[in-house]
Design a protein around this ligand. Sequence first.
Ligand code: GLN
Length: 446
Amino acid sequence: EAFGKINEREDRVKAYLTLDEEQARSTAKKLDDKLASNEPKGLLFGLPAGIKDNIVTEGLRTTCASQFLSNYNPIYDATVVTKLKQAESVTIGKLNMDEFAMGGSTENSSFYPTRNPWNLDYVPGGSSGGSAAAVAAGEAYFTLGSDTGGSIRQPASYCGVVGLKPTYGLVSRFGLVAFASSLDQIGPITKNVEDAAYVLQAIAGYDKMDSTSANIEIPDYISALTGDIRGLRIAVPKEYMGEGVDPAVKESVMASLRVLESLGAEWEEVSLPHTEYAVAAYYLLASSEASSNLARFDGVRYGVRADNPDNLLDLYHKSRSQGFGSEVKRRIMLGTYALSSGYYDAYYLKAQKVRTLIKRDFDEVFAKYDIIVGPTAPTTAFRIGSQVDNPLTMYLNDILTIPVSLAGVPALSVPCGFAEGLPVGLQIIGKPFDESTILRVAHAFE
Ligand code: GLN
């Protein structure tokens, strides 16, 4: 069925970078044979899945939507991919994204932009734009995305699907091509909340291959979906409902709060006072980490190597100038500058301090409330091409998702209405490792 939808819609949506129909059909065939038997079935048995192209897949091209890796065939699977295989889903292909996950519209893909299935003139969001568009168009049952500053939640919001960024450390990053290692997390993008609980159940858990993986007991997310949220205490940050947030988006969020109230929850306005510094701190920290992580792309170890270098240094220069796109170069330069001696204290160290203050904002609110609710993004999807010339406006689209990433807490985007024909997302933010409450609230709401 997924391939049927792909044949029908992929020409227009362009969610995938690589399709693996042959492999998918042979896996599906094996599962078909098993279906008739009494053998136990995996949690995601037979479900067609798409994987963001910065998650490595053995023998299946993994490009990060970069020309640098246009020929890269990994020799191992990321831990999440191994876990999906154990859960017996069927991988059908690799999904488009902003190059190295840097961006918010999938227009930074060095191959082609993906389009929003709700309106093909609009972006699907990003950087996991292919992952969100594929689910919205029915071109996969579920997908995996990655979120560093909003890249699962914002495209889920723009495409009218569910996207969950887990607590930092809940899902292994082994095999995720690193962008900003202290922020990156892999998570599910699905049609509904129940599916998100199933996929999270399959991919969460300690992994000795990831030194930042949390060694905690994984709760039963599926049985957390009780439908009961009576007595739940909701905080609504005033900074998330202020100027710059589209009135139609605010209206959808207010209507959602009334639904939550009718289900027995109560809400109050609170303040996360350091929100306004989050975007600046994030772009310093994320770019600094990126400049270090991307140093490995030298034209020798991975991917495409430039022709006719004069010497070794020239080989690095040429390979990197030809291999990286302009947004990636912008971030490497910003990060290298911020980390250079003489500027480190003024920029990187300062940004780290801001990060601590933002984390404390969340701790204080969570001392009194169970959950934080607000919009996922200040607007609905924008027109393709309308923001490409202005990186700053592009960066501000993430103002409501970035603080969550800096604090390392989990958050989910669930569709909560439409504004001018395009979906609006409600962001539900939880305490560290309390994905169960987020899923319970989102499931009762949806
Ligand atoms: N849009 C943000 C950025 O460009 C977030 C990206 C992400 O979460 N991967 O960095």
